[in-house]
Design a protein around this ligand. Sequence first.
Ligand SMILES: Nc1ncnc2c1ncn2[C@@H]1O[C@H](COP(=O)(O)OP(=O)(O)OP(=O)(O)O)[C@@H](O)[C@H]1O
Ligand SMILES: [Mg+2]
Length: 356
Amino acid sequence: MEFFGLPRIRLVGRLVEAFSEAVQSRDLRVVMVESPAGWGKTRILQELYGQLAMRQPRPAYWPPALDVSQRHCVFPDRVQPVEGARPAWFWWGWSCTRTSGTPGFAAAAAGEQVTAHLGGIAAAIAAGDRLWRQRLSYAVTAATLLPALGVLHDLADLIDKGADLDEVATKARTVLQTRSGLIAEAFDRQGGRTIDVTGWSKAAAEVGQAADVLTAVSHLLPLVLVIDDAHDLDPISLQLLATLRQRRLVGLIVLTACTRSPDGEVVEGEFARWLSELAGQGRVERHRLARLDLASMAKIAADEMPEVSDPGALAVVTECADGNPLALRELLRLPAVQDAVRTGRDLAGLLRSRTP
Ligand SMILES: Nc1ncnc2c1ncn2[C@@H]1O[C@H](COP(=O)(O)OP(=O)(O)OP(=O)(O)O)[C@@H](O)[C@H]1O
Ligand SMILES: [Mg+2]
């Protein structure tokens, strides 16, 4: 579905620009997008991805878009690069929404994306600056925290020794299959339920090494790290993020987080504390989404129910959703609301009874 709202389109443009600036000045930009739930944060990330994907050199490495029908999709779930394509940047998406009550390990859950791009990353490492390649192969291996990052370090080593690229990628994948991360091991020991404190503290000790590997990689292939729903970050991923912020990385980190109200602060917790500290130092660019304008909301409504010819009927629902595109779509998918829109029966009364 089309992407609406001028301020949001401009924000996506600003994110693309921040990435270009970072690549040009060889440093790191950190940008934050904040809003209440459902206002369109994930969609901003999906649109950023689309813009970057459109700008890549041909043949294209990344698919043109993320699946916008999946509200929490921050990484491409299918990548089949054209023969001979080389990635111009490394898109890495962490999703922090918790499926169960206990925090997962967002960075590790996103490890598979690194695995999927091993061939592409290997090619970029081989084509990149020799000094940084050597730094990468000298970096102490981060294999125990995140196996995929440890393998990146191995890649650089093999490439430096003159191994063939395809061979390198195949070897890396084999190594990965036999390695299990610290956290995964700790989970296994507990029967996949909870992680004991020793698992977390061991992992915490290795965050610095993982950051070293990522820093070196980012000088060979700029990083675009997107962290969706960062207010829900687990302690180790947050520590990795905080460490990355202190390193000389090349690229862009985009974070989204929920606020409880339109003017409120990010949902309280460890992440909110880190963010306000960072903001105090002027080291993060913060953007707050406004309500989506009525005209854009009306277009979303028309898109949801194209068969409705009386725009007045939809306007009642649009107003009720109060600038929240998710609320609008969910309302328009309720059979009772659809029915009332079509028949013109007491829609306003129905909506009043449904909203707090
Ligand atoms: N500017 C827009 N134009 C059209 N559709 C939009 C726009 N913004 C959001 N949407 C749609 O509205 C729905 C909610 O958006 P999204 O999932 O991005 O919200 P969110 O802020 O990430 O929500 P949550 O806080 O629950 O993660 C999605 O279906 C999305 O595609
Ligand atoms: Mg979201």
